[in-house]
Design a protein around this ligand. Sequence first.
Ligand code: GAL
Length: 632
Amino acid sequence: MKRTLGVCYYPEHWPDAQWAKDAARMAALGLTWVRIAEFAWSRMEPEPGRMDWGWLDRAIAILGAAGLKVVLGTPTATPPRWMLTRHPDMLAMDAQGRPRGFGSRRHYCFSHRGYRAECARIVTLMAERYGGNPHVAAWQTDNEYGCHDTVLSYSPAAAAAFRDWLAQKYQSPQALNRAWGNVFWSMDYAGFDEIGLPNLTVTEANPSHVMDFRRFASDEVAGFNRLQTDIIRRHSAAPIAHNYMGRITEFDHFATGADLDIASWDSYPLGFLSDRLEASAEHKRAFVRQGDPDFQAFHHDLYRAVGRGRWWIMEQQPGPVNWAPYNPDPLPGMARLWAWEAFAHGAEAVCYFRWRQAPFAQEQMHAGLLRPDSAPAPAFDEAAQVARELAAMPDVAGTAAPVALVFDYASAWAWATQPQGRDFDYFRLVFHFYRGLRELGLSVDIIPPDTADLSPWKVVVAPGVATLPPAFLAALERFGGIALIGPRSNSKTADFATPVPLPPNLPGLDCTVARVESLPPDVPVPLDGGGAFLHWREKLEGNDVLERARDGVPAVMAAGSIRYLGGWPDDAARYRLLAAACDDAGVPTETMNGPLRRRDAGGVRFYFNYGAEPVTHRGITVPAAGVHWSPR
Ligand code: GAL
């Protein structure tokens, strides 16, 4: 497969006379894709029912004539102002019951049936008009589901849809009362119409209620997306993508992804380092102009799984962004490194966001490949270099990894609902293990929790999966490698209750989690073998003890292929436990030197240097903010 580059472009922001010049310049730069239209509803339909397709027809024709392929976005993330007049109750509501205001984007409630009908209407019109257009080579649904905290809506529309969802799931209020344990605090319901949303309660709502609301909200995103994919597929054979984000766990991306052909994500490494990563000030300082060395790769691996092998970067940071607490300029080389790192993880395409920096509105401080005056910004030349390198290089095929790491969205909801300790965040836990694997030089596959065949991997790591699905437990029984499970894995039933017999209930392992404790970060629990548990510690009972904490309580249990980990390991314990699991499973490791990361793809071995200084490793010197590749 040929890997390609692209860019996000907003023809509606620029005079028509500019489009052909822009298109020619994009093609000369070596770009293949141009994504357009995802926010342009007010220009497609200036008044209800009055369509203006002329400008979009022309834009697509001009881009296509320049040899570019169009990714056409449906504009449903930005309903125009008239929509609100038509459907005053379409606004999402926050947990305080306040409606989200008009004047930015994503103000709609996923559950509003009237708004869904409007979305079906505009998507049908677009799909009918452009489904057969030879230049429209891919679609994007909506834009970044969940961005700006928009999955959970506490609106009347959501409440009504939630009741329907509950009635279908439980069939009777008695069954719901039993599943939720509503006898506790006299919370029993006599009918589904009595059930509200789990906000504005005096103290915490029943966690089973919250979990069902979160499952429902996730299903609403999938349903909203499916409405669009069903329509597009009736008129177009082009693949359909959605652009997901970094560290968004409010909806199950595997479920939404099942209706799409390609998963894509929007990668803003410097913004993410600044605003969505737990890390020391020293770490953030060291990587301030490069981004965290593992955060992007984690999402590449995650979205490769969500896309069942097909994935893209739909938006790649090209320079300073506008939205993070601090918005530094990337080091020279990073716009190239980020793209190559994506290709090394199997990305089919990397599209920079955006073509030209807009001199107006919310994102006027957000860099593009061009400055507002159309002069090239620094990333322009780096994109050109990547295009030349791609053309010269044999394909970066094959992504098989020896290690799998489970990622489960429902567990993110579970531990947000009942953290039991301030620091117990699911993403943070899984990412901690991912970083540990990368520091051992490993290529990683991320897999969904219901994976029924673990035989492609030699090591499987599954921290914090609240409920291990039967298919996964059955696969564990057959597994011949080493599976490192826990902490907190399998500690809830599907109804969000504590199972009896007590967790973890893993096949063939004599182990019981007798008690758990959460701890402030400065209270470690030292382990016999070195390092410590932090944040979370379980007191294990049973005969299969592999290692104890220094206070004598079992910390790691093992039998056959399965190892159960009764705590959140610090960096030293993480290194030791992961290295031992790999050793025992026959997976060679290569400890990485500081900011260096390794990735094997097909016959090529890549090293990425996220450091601001050159790094020498095994005789290879990788320049600062640079990439090195060689046959392996
Ligand atoms: C993304 C979004 C884009 C743009 C970009 C700015 O989250 O999809 O429309 O806002 O961020 O960095």
